[in-house]
Design a protein around this ligand. Structure first.
Ligand code: ADP
Length: 211
């Protein structure tokens, strides 16, 4: 197992190797498995852009899946809230699931605020070179003006505790692979920028290569 392990409490377990292997799965898919982690404030555009990228890739016959942090809170992470400890466990689990998707030769697009630098650094360390951090760098004022679900207004009234950007911190990435600007741009331009970024890194075939 090449990546640093989590702290393992179980005894008498060992890593079970698989027969097929990552390389064959990627050959079958025709592209690499990778984790695109979209981090940014609420309302920055993570979910909107993630869904658009997923659709653009699937339209091209590639295996992509959006791991939406809020959706995961309905199931796997239904036991977690928004305290710093719960947020850390929330993104640890998301990171582990995303890692499995990448191993399964899928382009896993994670839309998750993940406000703490340290937590993101841990995921980066755990996933390794397959982890690509995309900072959806929409300024707070713009997110607050968009307020697509009225959450900022409620947070400002003190109705939502630990709300990132209002009553909880957001630590912007210092070393993101891509800084995406959404302000005043159509969603499609942002989607195209991420698809071009994947092509430039040779992670997916360039459009004209496809047959
Ligand atoms: P997040 O997932 O980061 O909380 P959402 O995707 O739910 O954000 O909401 C972003 C809002 O901003 C949506 O209402 C979307 O239509 C709007 N928006 C405007 N321009 C863009 C853009 N270029 N990219 C993404 N979202 C945009």
């Amino acid at each position: 197992m090449p990546n640093p392990p989590n702290r393992i409490v179980a005894k008498n377990i060992r890593w079970q190797p698989d027969l097929v292997g990552r390389a064959r799965r990627e050959a079958l898919a025709g592209h690499h498995g990778v984790v695109l982690w979209l981090t940014g404030l609420s309302g920055a555009g993570k979910t909107t852009v993630a869904r658009g990228v997923e659709e653009a890739l699937v339209d091209r016959g590639l295996r992509a899946y959006t791991l939406d942090a809020e959706n995961v809170r309905h199931g796997l992470n239904a036991d977690l809230g928004f305290s710093p400890e719960d947020r850390a466990e929330h993104i640890r689990r998301l990171g582990e699931v995303a890692k499995i998707f990448a191993d399964a030769a899928t382009i896993c697009i994670v839309a998750c605020i993940a406000p703490y630098r340290e937590a993101r650094a841990k995921i980066r360390q755990r996933i390794g070179a397959d982890f690509l951090e995309i900072h959806v760098a929409t300024p707070l004022a713009v997110c607050e003006e968009r307020d697509p679900r009225g959450l900022y207004a409620r947070a400002r009234r003190g109705e939502i505790p630990n709300f990132t950007g209002v009553s909880a911190p957001y630590e912007a990435p210092l070393d993101a692979e891509l800084e995406l600007h959404t302000e005043g741009r159509p969603v499609a331009a942002c989607v195209d920028e991420i698809v071009a970024f994947l092509e430039a890194r040779d992670l997916i075939p360039i459009a004209s290569d496809e047959g």
